[in-house]
Design a protein around this ligand. Structure first.
Ligand code: PBG
Length: 329
């Protein structure tokens, strides 16, 4: 509590320049990362019905898209691949020269200064849609196996950095994957390539539109055997501590809006850079309401981004990045 109570706080709200001078949180285009879906084998970009304004891009016009993003002032993208072939082990995600490697190459040729982050996870590439290897346990029950998944995930990260990725972002939620990926990158001569860890990723229903966009809905069960229970706050401390110990350079919380308390707690407990992912469901809900005229899209988007930063995020992955860049001009 301030020892000097201000009796009329409204005085400071009467004038836009004063409001601006005392504003505690500012969002800029430099705080935003734009997620991109890249589809193998298609010539045209394909609209994603559940995410108005977001597309599955083809390699063909990726150069144009990269230039547009860069000219808006957005510093980086995060890439998700949609392969033609999926199999049990998600090979199309980790073989050298795959769709993401090709995309990195095209983007780096078009706009070398645009940062390229790659999501590292098997779910877009496996036929069963799970984020790791599916095997049977001792009782014959299908499970997502932790340790055999690490091998494939680290291979994937290696392929992406060799193709020119600036940072890798494991989102699979297997235990020990940051360490395994760090070892792989170091051994491959990429000691200076950072890891942005989806350290605190909840088993959320707000990934629904993404799974339509990436065709990655799990064929059986759900992801609650590896993603976190939305009811848990303190577990986030354990996840974050482990990932930092294993060599994560930046932590991420996902989703963002229902988890602002988690963002704040990590910011206060760890001296590490922190990202937040405003996920597909958060985007689609706001889009839908705006399309119906129920909320003002521009105001709602800027408000949400400000709240996420106020909670403690240093930067935000958001499907609104391009629109926000225009609003913030
Ligand atoms: C891959 C991954 C997902 C998202 C980011 N990386 C899907 C999931 O875990 O089901 C979700 C992003 C979004 O909803 O925008 N594991």
């Amino acid at each position: 509590m301030s020892p000097f109570p201000i009796h009329r706080p409204r005085r400071l709200r009467q004038n836009p320049f004063i409001r601006s001078l005392i504003r505690e949180t500012k969002v800029g285009v430099e705080d935003l990362v734009f997620p991109l879906f890249i589809r193998e084998g298609e010539k045209e970009a394909k609209a994603i019905p559940s995410m108005p304004g977001i597309y599955q891009h083809s390699l063909n016009h990726l150069a144009k898209e990269a230039k547009e993003i860069f000219h808006l002032g957005i510093p980086a993208v995060i890439l998700f691949g949609i392969p033609r072939q999926k199999d049990l082990l998600g090979k199309s995600g980790y073989e050298e020269g795959n769709i993401i490697c090709e995309a990195i190459d095209r983007m780096k040729q078009a706009t070398p200064e645009l940062g390229v982050i790659t999501d590292v996870c098997l779910c877009e590439y496996t036929s069963h849609g799970h984020c790791g290897v599916v095997a049977k346990n001792g009782a014959g029950k299908k499970i997502v196996e932790n340790d055999s998944s690490l091998e494939l995930l680290s291979k994937m990260a290696g392929a992406y950095v060799r193709a020119g990725a600036d940072m890798v972002a494991p989102s699979d939620m297997m235990d020990g994957r940051v360490q395994k990926i760090r070892d792989e990158l170091d051994a491959a001569g990429f000691k200076e390539t950072p890891i942005l860890s989806y350290a605190v990723k909840y088993a959320s229903s707000f990934y629904g539109p993404f799974r339509e966009a990436a065709g990655s809905a799990p064929e059986f069960g759900d992801r609650s055997s590896y993603q976190m229970d939305p009811a848990n706050l303190h577990e986030a401390l354990r996840e974050a501590a482990l990932d930092l110990e294993e060599g994560a350079d930046i932590l991420m919380v996902k989703p963002a809006f229902g988890y602002l308390d988690v963002i704040r707690m990590l910011k206060e407990n760890f001296n590490a850079p922190l990202a937040a992912y405003q996920v597909s469901g958060e985007y689609s809900m706001m889009k839908a309401a705006a399309q119906k005229g129920w909320i003002d899209e521009k105001k709602a988007v800027l408000e949400c981004l400000t709240c996420i930063k106020r909670a403690g995020a240093d930067f935000i992955l958001t499907y609104f990045a391009k629109e926000a860049a225009k609003y913030l001009e």
